[in-house]
Design a protein around this ligand. Structure first.
Ligand code: GTP
Ligand code: MG
Length: 195
């Protein structure tokens, strides 16, 4: 995919705010601070279009980024961040759940996981939930630059086994820092855009 331009469109809190042009949407879910927004920036070659931060809980709504006239990335608030109030977490949970269950334009969910660690309970729950609703998932194991290349395969296997990765779901190694996996991930995304 050649990214000619990318724009932030809206930070949506209600379905009425979602874009209405029918372009395919690629959602990004994952633990708070795992690197979802950084991944978007790397995919579109922009330093900080998607707001990133070392403080977890930065992304608070469904943030829509349009790439060319081709697709949207939909950046979700991260889960599993203890300092977010329970009420707030329930509000997000409801919004995300509604989006995942009802959004026809959604073509693929990127489940972002930290390659360095085994998936958390929340990661496992999220994956099972997505599979229960039959959504196509690509697991992206990011921050690969933080561990030596010789250990990559071992870590990938741990993730694959812990999630019980279903046939047809891809697992990609990624680094927003150095760009590992970028082309491979674009290939997966463009394949699903036609579905
Ligand atoms: P929330 O919006 O809070 O859910 O976080 P997020 O998942 O969007 O994470 P974000 O992209 O803001 O990144 C969190 C921190 O991890 C930042 O300090 C990033 O610089 C760092 N980071 C993200 N991806 C990578 C990566 O591939 N390699 C390295 N070394 N650091 C990364
Ligand atoms: Mg974010």
């Amino acid at each position: 995919m050649k990214v000619n331009y990318a724009n932030f469109i809206i930070s949506a809190v209600r379905p009425e705010q979602f874009p209405e042009d029918g372009l395919p949407e690629i959602g990004l879910a994952g633990r708070s601070n795992v690197g979802k927004s950084s991944l978007i920036n790397r995919m579109i070659n922009r330093k900080n279009l998607a707001r990133t931060s070392s403080t977890p809980g930065k992304t608070q709504h469904l943030n829509y980024y349009r790439i060319n006239e081709d697709l949207y990335f939909v950046d979700f608030p991260g889960y599993g961040y203890a300092k977010v109030s329970k009420t707030q977490r329930q509000v997000w949970g409801k919004m995300i759940e509604q989006y995942l269950m009802n959004r026809e334009q959604l073509r693929l969910l990127l489940l972002i996981i930290d390659l360095r660690h085994p998936p958390s309970k929340d990661d496992e729950l999220m994956y099972d939930w997505l599979k229960h609703y039959d959504l196509p998932v690509c697991v992206v194991a990011t921050k690969a630059d933080k561990i030596p290349r010789s250990r990559w395969q071992k870590h990938l296997k741990i993730i694959k086994d812990a999630l019980v990765l279903r046939a047809g779901d891809e697992l990609i190694m990624f680094s927003s820092e150095v760009g590992t996996g970028k082309e491979e991930l674009w290939n997966v995304i463009t394949k699903h855009m036609k579905d």
